[in-house]
Design a protein around this ligand. Structure first.
Ligand code: MG
Ligand code: MG
Length: 264
């Protein structure tokens, strides 16, 4: 069941998403070799709670094992999604996807950014650039009257034409009072297929793109998802609202990109 949101609800959803963006920005400021993903998780939880929010990932149920123990997913290099924060230190040349969800005033924000730690190989930077571009390609076609398949088609075309693998087992989703609502928003698809997009639709678009093949495997912790070929993967996510005839991005990478510009 798809819940279309009112303008007031969209503004609440924006606030929750901007809290997630603030959290990712605070993480961006701390990134350097030697930092652990556990430290980043502690920081994330503090930022969310200090601003009146609740970390939605913490305690998230898992059909295959224990609930998720942390406030962020921290996925390093070959980990595609759902990396569990731990005491491993980040190293120069790593990439790190930080996915974060926060609930504020009854609405959930959800956004993800893949960061570079120190000097990252040009071919890996290219993967990050392409994945972020694909996210915006998907957003561009999220217009009233178009269909969910148009979003997936745009993402898939952009990435596969550059030789990358589009992960299919995990998808974007509706977002609102729950972090995961209908409809599912795959990163692949046919133009003109799937549910029609209407004003009031709020969705998270989140390409998960592998440098090599799209095949994945679940690690023993029953959360971390790795590429089977061990090559890196990137993940960028915005929550958006389609209203007033166009897509409106509710989360923001603006501050992160300023920090990245200074840092690199
Ligand atoms: Mg997310
Ligand atoms: Mg999501």
């Amino acid at each position: 069941m798809i819940y279309l949101k009112t303008e007031d609800e969209i503004e609440l959803l924006r606030k929750a998403n901007l809290l997630v963006s603030l959290t990712l920005t605070e993480i961006a400021k701390k990134l350097k070799p030697g930092v652990t993903t556990f430290q980043l998780d502690t920081l994330a939880e503090q930022v969310i709670r200090d601003n009146g929010g609740t970390p939605v990932f913490k305690g998230f149920p898992n059909p295959y094992g224990p609930p998720f123990p942390a406030s962020i997913c921290a996925s390093v290099n070959n980990i595609v999604v759902h990396g569990v924060p731990d005491n491993r230190e980040l190293r120069d040349g790593d990439i790190l996807s930080v996915d974060c969800g926060a609930c504020l005033d009854g609405f959930c924000g959800d956004s993800c950014y893949t960061f570079c730690i120190g000097e990252v190989k040009p071919e890996v930077r290219q993967l990050l650039k392409t994945t972020k571009e694909a996210l915006y390609k998907g957003i561009e076609v999220a217009l009233p009257g178009r269909r969910i398949g148009d979003i997936g088609y745009a993402v898939q075309q952009h990435c596969e034409s550059r030789g990358y693998g589009v992960v299919r087992e995990f998808v974007g989703h509706g977002v609102g009072r729950a972090m995961h609502e209908d409809p599912a928003v795959p990163n692949y698809g046919r133009q003109g297929s799937g549910k029609q997009i209407h004003n009031g639709l709020c969705i998270a678009i989140e390409p998960m793109i592998a440098m090599g093949k799209r095949d994945i495997a679940l690690l023993e912790d029953k959360w971390s998802v790795t590429t089977r070929d061990g090559l890196p993967a990137a993940h960028f996510e915005h929550s958006i609202a389609i209203h007033q005839g166009k897509p409106d991005i509710l989360s923001s990478f603006e501050e992160i990109e300023i920090i990245e510009g200074k840092q690199y």
